[in-house]
Design a protein around this ligand. Sequence first.
Ligand SMILES: Nc1ncnc2c1ncn2[C@@H]1O[C@H](COP(=O)(O)OP(=O)(O)OP(=O)(O)O)[C@@H](O)[C@H]1O
Ligand SMILES: [Mg+2]
Length: 415
Amino acid sequence: MTSTAVLQPEPQPIVACTISRDVQNFDLLIEDMEGVLGESWGDLSFADALPFFEQADAAHLEFVAIAINDEDETHLTLIGDIITTAKDKGIKIILIAEDTTPAALHSLLRMGADEFIPYPLPENELGAAIERIQTPPPAPVAEVPAEMQSNLKAVNDRNGVVLAVHGMAGGTGATTLAINLAWELVTVEKDKTPRVCILDFDLQCGNVSTYLDLDRREAVYELLSDTESMDSDAFMQTLLAYNEKLHVFTAPSDMLPLDLVEPEDIQRLIGFAASNFDYVIVDMPSTVVAWTETVLQSAHVYFATLELEMRSAQNTQRLKRLLQSEDLPFEKIRFVLNRAPKFIDLNGKSRIKRLAESLGISIELLMPDGGKAVVQNADNGLAMAHGLAKSPLRKEIIKLAKSVHELNDDAAVGS
Ligand SMILES: Nc1ncnc2c1ncn2[C@@H]1O[C@H](COP(=O)(O)OP(=O)(O)OP(=O)(O)O)[C@@H](O)[C@H]1O
Ligand SMILES: [Mg+2]
């Protein structure tokens, strides 16, 4: 039995079309289209173009060459529709014009034609224009300004201390604590600089980058959406540096759903960070998500910021109930009362006591209100060490950094 089927050449898909009132007016165009594309192109009238775009045959169209002359200026609206429809469908447009007024040309180009060639076509110009529209634009190279570059290489020899910070209510100072604790740990020792990194896991509203005047990085999204193919080197390359020494995994540039990442992704990221840094500070969203537990389990200390107010109290109560009902380690949480009343404020003191008692928690850390200066300094993109070195709030955070570091040193000696 013989079959001729295999000998039948596959019809070539139409990858381009000329569109004009009458293509015979543009015989040089026909010649050049044949020269460049052989038989894989077709010809359409203005009236046929829009219906053709809706047909299955149009699926392979890469570009259309719209050829017009002075007699077509009365059809500018239809030609404009053809251009915008082609553009919507991702089809490139080469405009070829003979004796057209500058105003008409201008308006068609503004509608989105990708290339313009005068007719009669200059030699090889059609081929060159096709090549240009077929070459994808170079991917934007995400330039990182020199001062933000993190030049640390992966070492994979650390077993960093993980410190998470979670606001019990929005605006209670979680990020302020995370950033300043991180910076004070960088400078906690005179002659040695621990490797410190901060992970901004507040994927939607994360503003570590704002407070440290860093860009939010596109690369972060790529990494978050495929942590499985990430390695330590890729992780290190996404970090930015504040003042060369504090390394920051910023939130992504777009607002992402918090469940874009899964517990395994977060586990991997923390793993990469902990094996390359001495301290890993995690800034958490104040919402509880599927991977909150992952961070809680990985953290050596889980700080929760709250204020003397109903929102914080009620949310803390709810979190306590949730964690206890799931047998999760609520006791790991260290409560930090932000904007705490001054020590001499006896009324304030008894309010703190009452809050702690009613919640059944102990509030070990009190951070004073630093006033507007704290907000302004953060807006200037500086850690407090750089713009507000003498702030009483900073002094408390230094104390905390020292105690964390001493504990860690003791543990290292003991191990
Ligand atoms: N102790 C403080 N004294 C004065 N201002 C403070 C203090 N703590 C935080 N702030 C300011 O309060 C605002 C909120 O703080 P921050 O962003 O740290 O809170 P957050 O809990 O991370 O908020 P979010 O819910 O937006 O993540 C910021 O402008 C910050 O500068
Ligand atoms: Mg925050």
